[in-house]
Design a protein around this ligand. Structure first.
Ligand SMILES: [Zn+2]
Ligand SMILES: [Zn+2]
Length: 340
């Protein structure tokens, strides 16, 4: 039996919609029938060659939600029919990072659906059973799917920043991760300022409770505005990753502020050490998420503490149209591939 899959063939090459054999679950795995898969900027990074893990000919898509339709040996058959969100790291299980639950840092990852192994731009995919997190019936799968990356990344970065109640938190870039982080920061008690170049996204940020929104397309000196409003932010989440935003984010921090890097582009950040030294800034990268973060986001969304925003749903065949919209950066929330 065959199925449809959107394949990454190599850096600089367009993705290819192909018919490939439907996979069967191995020992300890389940097969997930896709219901929804969010589109992430990472896919553009793969296509454009900015991210190259050395893998070729793999199915894209790591914001996966679906229904378990087959179980491998050793997996409880009672999981058949379960609605699930898929956590997209499968570490080696033996290294110091895996042992402490930080599979996203594992240097010998066994599988990473949508990165180094087959992901969710396909009718079916197989994955380790424990990566499948049950989703309550009242949560639509097309809404939870984008949270598999955007939401988990936000939870992980939010935990890294250790936001304290009353702290000023800047969300620099209000795409999928930014909108989730904006809500997470408020759950943690932070006071949020959102910065973006898109008016519609800033309206959404306002509606979600941002105390201030700053439109960088009107006044590019966003650092001065934040400094004026707050005296310096306690935490900045940098989600854009362009030289100008990276520099502005650094400048708007108060002494001992935390600079959390999540987004990136092909551009660089140049910084003189003195800028970090005299303000005792803490610079941290945040990559992906842990399995626990994935459980947490399902819980937060299920309780209504974090809302997922879907700009539009598209058919798998229309993935190019979705990528184009992502590239334009005008989506208000995530673009989600929906399956029958
Ligand atoms: Zn490991
Ligand atoms: Zn992603």
């Amino acid at each position: 039996m065959h199925m449809r899959a959107v394949r990454y063939l190599g850096p600089g090459l367009p993705f290819s919609l192909q018919s490939i054999p439907r996979p069967d679950p191995a020992v300890g795995q389940v097969r997930v029938k896709l219901k929804a898969c969010g589109m992430c900027h990472t896919e553009l990074h793969f296509r454009d060659g900015l991210l190259d893990l050395g893998c070729r000919d793999v199915t894209m898509g790591h914001e996966i939600a679906g229904v378990i339709d087959a179980v491998g040996t050793g997996v409880d058959a009672s999981r058949l029919g379960e609605r699930v969100l898929v956590y997209y790291y499968e570490g080696c299980g033996a290294c110091e990072y895996c042992r402490s639950g930080d599979e996203q840092l594992c240097p010998a990852v066994k599988a990473q659906p949508g990165f180094s192994s087959d992901g969710g731009y396909a009718d079916y995919m197989v994955v380790r059973a424990s990566n499948c997190i049950p989703v309550p019936d009242h949560v639509p799968l097309e809404e939870i799917a984008p949270m598999a990356c955007a939401g988990t990344t936000a939870v992980h970065a939010g935990k890294m920043a250790a936001i304290e109640p009353g702290e000023w938190v800047v969300i620099h870039g209000t795409g999928g991760v930014g909108l989730a982080l904006l809500q997470y920061a408020q759950v943690a008690g932070g006071r949020v300022i959102a910065i973006d170049r898109s008016g519609v996204r800033l309206e959404l940020a306002s509606a979600l409770g941002a105390e201030y929104v700053i439109d960088a397309s009107r006044d590019p000196d966003v650092a001065s505005q934040v400094l004026r409003l707050t005296g310096g932010a306690h935490v900045v989440f940098e989600l854009v990753g362009r030289t100008a935003t990276l520099q502005a984010s650094l400048k708007m921090l108060r002494r001992r502020g935390r600079y959390v890097l999540v987004g990136y582009s092909a551009e660089l950040l140049e910084v003189h050490p003195i800028d970090l030294i005299v303000r005792e800034l803490r610079v941290m990268g945040s990559v992906g998420s842990t399995l626990q973060d994935a459980h947490d986001i399902v819980d937060l969304v299920s309780r209504g503490a974090i809302r997922s925003f879907v700009d539009r749903t598209i058919a798998l065949e229309d993935f190019e149209q979705g990528l184009h919209a992502l590239e334009q950066g005008d989506a208000r929330g995530r673009i989600v591939i929906q399956f029958d």
